[in-house]
Design a protein around this ligand. Structure first.
Ligand SMILES: NC(=O)C1=CN([C@@H]2O[C@H](COP(=O)(O)OP(=O)(O)OC[C@H]3O[C@@H](n4cnc5c(N)ncnc54)[C@H](OP(=O)(O)O)[C@@H]3O)[C@@H](O)[C@H]2O)[C@@H](O)CC1
Ligand SMILES: Nc1ncnc2c1ncn2[C@@H]1O[C@H](COP(=O)(O)OP(=O)(O)O)[C@@H](O)[C@H]1O
Ligand SMILES: [K+]
Length: 511
């Protein structure tokens, strides 16, 4: 699903109005009716006080329409107009009149007003600012937002949490509503998925308001949200007359004394995701442990006992996964450098492989094109330098990926795969996966997918999604704390099956 910018959303808005021959207030009515239906289906007339805070633009207009509908259905409401500007939108004014026609008289809040009492048992509707926010809220509006945040009332934000801009980090972090739930119109917003801005969004849901499909289909975006519909077409089915050679030979290079487990995890996940053959290349100290832990894997060792040196393999691997647990010993660094120079096929580079590249940027020119780099945020910082915000981080990663023609997988709660100027935002995974070795598992999975013929970008997008899904399935048996990296591997098979599970409704429909 595409992630549109605020400007593009305004265009979608215009295009819908023109195409359907409707007025903008009709579109507002449609949007707010969705809000009302969502609330009404959950509250079913419950006697709770709903306090609506409405700005003076169209986000506020949505809030006023919702207030009118709640009032018509007998809910107890208090409407506050947050009077932060004289430039009231036409549809705000129209709906203010309609609300007054229904004998609801809003309380106007301005700089001098006392802040209204909010009980923790109230429901707050936050319709102060929407996607039109383009500067910091004034201090008194920020104080009101703080007051809402301090109330502990359930806070439902309309479209976006007020105070959260769509294309940058907030000017003043405390001047942003911390939403309990965000009902956003039709399209996901990038800020919901970034560490610095996602914290204002606890849970969110999209409400379809029937924006012009043609416009949405034909418009290119810089980001895409990756869910099941996006990954299913990437899947490469197993063929009946295939053999293990069909699915590639992966080489996993890694490990040092005390860090052989990382290679075990990566080889295990590489096999489990479907690589035809897997060979591990390790220092000698890892030989016995590796052969015992994963019998399906072939094992080669270098000449040294505790570290990797001279990486020589007597076959042409389809793909190489390299870097986990290798450390930065001088011999290892030169073996890594020589190996990069020699190999032309794309690799998956992780962990110390990335750290070596950060310390020896000269080696970057030898990284095969279309390789996949899988940094966590600290490794990314070493590679591309510090950033001042998540937005700058994404731009710098895009520039780096373009310069070296590589795919960058920025790991995190919402892992973002960067390639060719575009970012693919993952939707699976959970905090249970913040545990030792889960990155090694991901590295093995992406390698194993490339071995089977997935392109580098597809392997990254598909692998990240499947890894998160396996983690989500795993967590249902272990809970967050007890989830271990090996639990993720144990659930790769179920994750594949889950991809193809028919939703229950479809199953019923099909008898
Ligand atoms: N297709 C859709 O998605 C649909 C969208 N709809 C709804 O419209 C919402 C967007 O409405 P909106 O354009 O009127 O902007 P909104 O956020 O209400 O702000 C109002 C104005 O405030 C101003 N301003 C900005 N920052 C400021 C500040 N710090 N302090 C003071 N003033 C500030 C700025 O005007 P300026 O002063 O810059 O001229 C801005 O224009 C959207 O989120 C959704 O809820 C639906 O109704 C229908 C379908
Ligand atoms: N809070 C979280 N929610 C979802 N996924 C997470 C979370 N924390 C970590 N992960 C995932 O777990 C993996 C951690 O990788 P990494 O930091 O390299 O771990 P390690 O080095 O221990 O293997 C990444 O794929 C990341 O996306
Ligand atoms: K809002």
């Amino acid at each position: 699903m595409k992630i549109f910018s605020a400007d593009q959303i305004y265009q979608a808005d215009k295009s819908t109005i023109k195409k359907e021959g409707i007025t903008s207030d009709e579109l507002m009515e449609r949007a707010a009716t969705q809000l009302f239906d969502w609330m009404h289906s959950r509250l079913r007339g419950t006697q709770v006080t709903v306090q609506l805070f409405c700005g003076i633009g169209n986000n506020g207009g949505d809030g006023l329409v919702l207030a009118r509908k709640l009032n018509e259905h007998g809910y107890s409401i208090k409407v506050h107009v947050v009077n932060y500007s004289d430039k009231r939108s036409d549809d705000f004014l129209l709906n203010l009149e309609r609300l007054k026609d229904g004998k609801v008289w809003p309380n106007f809040i301005n700089e001098e007003s006392d802040l209204p009492d909010i009980s923790p048992n109230d429901i707050v509707v936050d319709a102060i600012f929407g996607i039109g926010l383009n500067r910091s809220p004034d201090e008194w509006v920020g104080n009101l937002i703080n007051h809402i945040n301090a109330s502990q009332a359930f806070t439902l934000s309309v479209d976006v949490p007020s105070g959260l801009p769509l294309d940058r980090v907030p000017w003043e972090p405390s001047f942003v509503v911390r939403a309990s739930y965000v009902l956003t119109f039709q399209l996901p917003k990038l800020v919901f998925f970034l560490p610095q801005t996602g914290v204002y969004v606890n849970q969110w849901e999209m409400l379809d308001i029937g924006l012009d499909r043609d416009y949405l289909n034909r418009t290119q975006t810089h980001f895409e949200l990756i869910g099941r519909p996006e990954v299913l077409p990437l899947y490469r089915p197993r063929l009946k007359f295939s053999h293990k050679g069909t699915y590639g030979h992966s080489l996993i290079v890694g490990g040092s004394y005390g860090k052989i487990g990382a290679v075990q995890l990566a080889c295990n996940s590489c096999l489990t995701v479907g690589s035809g053959l897997v060979t591990a290349f390790l220092p000698k100290c890892g030989y016995d442990a590796m052969q015992t832990a994963v019998p399906e894997v072939m094992v080669l060792t270098g000449s040294r006992d505790r570290n990797i040196s001279g990486i020589e393999v007597p076959f042409e691997p389809t793909v190489v996964g390299i870097g986990i647990g290798i450390g930065q010993d001088d011999d290892t660094v030169s073996a890594f450098g020589a190996f990069l120079k020699r190999m032309g096929t794309p690799m998956v580079i992780d962990a110390d492989g990335l750290n070596i590249l950060s310390h020896k940027p000269d080696m970057l020119k030898d990284v095969p094109e279309m390789s996949v780099l899988t940094p966590h945020p600290k490794e990314l910082e070493r590679l591309i330098g510090k950033w001042s915000s998540d937005f700058e981080k994404l731009e710098k990663a895009k520039t780096f990926a373009a310069k070296y023609n590589v795919v960058i997988v920025i790991k995190g709660a919402h892992t973002i795969t960067i390639y060719n100027g575009k970012g693919y935002v993952n939707t699976t995974g959970n905090p249970g996966m913040a545990t030792a070795g889960s990155g090694d598992v991901l590295m093995g999975m992406i390698t194993g997918l490339m071995a089977q013929g997935y392109s580098s970008v597809d392997a990254a997008i598909f692998g990240v999604y499947l890894h998160g899904l396996a983690g989500d399935l795993g967590v249902s048996t272990t809970g967050y704390e007890a989830l271990r990296a090996s639990t993720i591997i144990d659930h790769i098979g179920k994750a594949y099956a889950e991809l193809f599970r028919q939703p229950e409704m479809e199953q019923n429909e099909n008898g």
